[in-house]
Design a protein around this ligand. Sequence first.
Ligand code: NAP
Length: 285
Amino acid sequence: METKLIDGKQIAREIRAELKEKIKALKEAGKPVPKLVVILVGEDPASEIYVRNKAKACGWIQMESETIQMRADIREEELLDKIQELNQDPGVNGILVQMPLPAGFDAEKVLDAIDPSKDVDGFHPMNVGKMAIGNPTALESCTPAGVIQLLERSGIEISGKYCVVVGRSNIVGKPMARMLLAKNGTVTVLHSKTQNMDEILKQADIFVSAIGKPKFFRGSQFKEGVVIVDVGIHRSEEGICGDVDTQSCQGIASYITPVPGGVGPMTIAMLLYNTLRAYEQQHEK
Ligand code: NAP
């Protein structure tokens, strides 16, 4: 069997091009341009790169963006006050606080302070709840929403398929499972306490891994024709790899996402998508 690569870079490019067209149309109609504000607390080098990439991606599609850099030693109240100020600013459509926050901050409290209608990361309990009950106004968590886009835009049917998600974090595994269910997949979630993992893996039509263990899964664990989506990202001296040993899946999987270049590029594309959706919903009111 030929194993096809799902090109996340190309699909992210397509999504950005669609968003750019929509923003162009808003500008031509004399409407305000959507704006994303990213708050970075402290000087974590990896976070600085992520934040820079988000600002760059906004630039590509002519979306407005602002990065607010705050020192690691500020009081939590200062951060909460800044979020309140942005919540009330009608010119700001999306607010994102870059995680992880420095030690001493209560991340849950900070995320809860963001107005759910501007929560473009989709982490606020209001958006998580809306997504869980299938409310279409939910702003959905970017990485799993990106996986759905990868599958759909590659012509992969989810409805009726047996979908196995490994990992149950709040940002990937759990929302991933709910989104696949919403698309009429039959979903099983595996985690570190699962006992009969191999038995379940062999039945998967669509497999999504988000466990954070380099090259943990091998092709021999799957049935022929499985679609493999690898959310994991691991950096080492040999380069970047995912949770799946991609090489061993050649000839077994029908489709597979490469790492890098699979799920990774979709996360920022979906952040831009959410910011435009947030803007549209705010302007509908
Ligand atoms: P996480 O919060 O550490 O969660 C990992 C999950 O995997 C947990 O639910 C854990 O189970 C489960 N797990 C760990 N070892 C396992 C094993 N041996 N067998 C079965 N389940 C196991 O991780 P995360 O934030 O979801 O991220 C997962 C990976 O995705 C990481 O590599 C991360 O870098 C990557 N990621 C990529 C993107 C992207 O844009 N592409 C975005 C987010 C995350 P328990 O709950 O039982 O502990």
